[in-house]
Design a protein around this ligand. Structure first.
Ligand SMILES: *Cc1c(COP(=O)(O)O)cnc(C)c1O
Length: 470
């Protein structure tokens, strides 16, 4: 039943309780641990939550990537997967779904989003190039920089300030973009636009902003590539918040967003509702041919791109499920529920709540710690110790440069802790538990300790660095 579009479901008749628009068919036990166990696990993990075994985690909000619960329809599709090396029927179904929603002529599967980034930037970017984006996601920045190009974030000023409200806080700052285009007329191989803006708080980009960025790109012959991981959530926000879209179908909104772009990179682990997968979609057949040559060398033949046929089928079904209005209403409402419950009690969060995650402003939460004390790391560790909740620091550990105490140390612009909500996985009582744990840590926030690095690799250091509390 997909009655939401006609406006006659329980959602619109005054019932306020959020219910999950699905029932649960397969369950997995949660790990319940004692505080003493968690202290030991965290110590053994070098105080890096990425090093914890999932069996030590009760509620896992580390990421919304690849953690979705697949639907019965996806599992049945997966069983029909065609595992042929070349010309698989699964690829045909995958390509049809991608073309139907995204509308690009060329579809290139990859094993996940970062492979799409590496291949596309490898083809388009070189030393001396400058790549603007609203905010580069960590792997996106790393892959731009690995091609020796420079990654520049151009999100609007509101998007840099956690407390400020703006309905489309992920928008690109058009003045800054104009300035970059003017300053580097021949050196911009592509403009990226991340929908929704993950590192900036899961904030949406308006249709108007996409259109304006597109107009500038077309004027200067620069391809516009959408980082489309959360395209469905972005489409929902456009329908909710942008004038003229309230009555529009979500698939139509998605198609309009992509009509302004020349291609996209996609992680199907997000709004593909799949556990693995991604793709590049493009209109330019010359770039697509070059990308496929790299693909064959590093990922796989163009009709599977490093995925199994069953994964392609799961994605083909998932892309459409992600645009189901009942699902999206539940998704966005339940994320907001978590944000509103904790912010009502004084916990500073990035406002307004984003689509896939709530971001706690750790500098505001632990005011007695400076950025060099790694307040985000401190808070993330404490949430784990208090209630077995695994979150993710998005701050000085992830985006700072140099080590605190060294001359070249620079903290990140913000120190955030992201509570990413896996799709269709947790119920409201799980989220109520998370609220209680956060509020309990908030009450004793002045006891939170500074953290320091014990070791750190040169790139993407948040994945493998080790820490010590002081
Ligand atoms: C997850 C993500 C990526 C990378 O995708 P993976 O599938 O994790 O490799 C790129 N950009 C954004 C905005 C993302 O959220």
């Amino acid at each position: 039943m997909r009655a939401a579009r006609t406006g006659d479901t329980f959602w619109s008749v005054g019932v306020r309780t959020i219910i999950e628009p699905f029932r649960i068919k397969a369950v997995e036990p949660l790990a319940l641990t004692t505080r003493a166990q968690r202290e030991q696990y965290l110590r053994e993990a070098g105080y890096n939550l990425f090093n914890l075994s999932s069996s030590a985690v009760t509620i896992d909000l580390l990421t919304d990537s690849g953690t979705a619960a697949m639907s019965a329809a996806q599992w049945s599709a997966a069983l029909s997967g065609d595992e042929s090396y070349a010309g698989s029927a699964s690829y045909a179904r995958f390509e049809r779904a991608v073309k139907d929603i995204f509308g690009f002529a060329e579809v290139i599967p990859t094993h996940q989003g970062r492979a799409a980034e590496r291949i596309l930037f490898g083809v388009l970017c070189r030393e001396g190039h400058v790549v603007p984006n609203n905010t580069h996601f960590d792997t996106t920045r790393a892959n731009v920089e690995a091609s020796n190009a420079q990654a520049i974030d151009c999100v609007i000023a509101e998007g840099r300030d956690p407390a400020r409200y703006h309905p489309f806080k992920g928008n690109m700052d058009l003045v800054q973009l104009d300035g970059l285009i003017e300053k580097h007329p021949e050196q911009i191989p592509l403009v990226l636009l991340t929908i929704t803006n993950n590192s900036g708080g899961g904030q949406p980009v308006s249709m108007e902003n996409i259109r304006e960025v597109s107009r500038r790109c077309r004027e200067h012959g620069i391809p516009l590539i959408l980082d489309a991981c959360r395209f469905a959530e972005n489409a929902w926000f456009i329908r909710e918040r942008e004038h003229g879209y309230a009555e529009r179908d979500l698939v139509e909104i998605a198609r309009e967003m992509f009509s302004y772009a020349d291609g996209c990179t996609m992680s199907a682990k997000k709004d593909g509702l799949a556990n693995i997968g991604g793709f590049i979609a493009l209109n330019d057949s010359v770039v697509a041919r070059e990308a496929r040559n790299v693909l064959i060398m590093t990922e796989g033949f163009p009709t599977y791109g490093g995925l199994a046929g069953r994964d392609l089928d799961a994605i083909a079904v998932g892309l459409h499920e992600a645009l189901d209005p009942d699902y999206l209403r539940y998704r966005i409402t339940s994320t907001r529920y978590l944000g509103e419950r904790i912010s009502r009690e004084g916990v500073p969060i990035v406002q307004p709540p984003g689509g896939h995650a709530i971001y706690i402003d750790a500098r505001g939460f632990v005011e007695h710690l400076s950025p060099a004390d790694l307040p985000g790391q401190s808070l993330a560790c404490e949430l784990y110790l208090e209630g077995g909740i695994r979150s993710c620091e998005i701050g000085t550990v992830m985006f700072g440069s140099g080590l605190p105490g060294d001359d070249d140390f620079e903290p990140a612009e913000n120190d955030l802790v992201r509570l990413a909500i896996p799709r269709r996985v947790y119920t409201q009582s799980h989220i109520d538990y998370v609220v209680e744990v956060i509020l309990s840590v908030y009450e004793k926030r002045y006891q939170l300790r500074p953290y320091r690095f014990v070791s750190a690799p040169p790139v993407l250091r948040h994945f493998t660095a080790c820490f010590d509390p002081l």
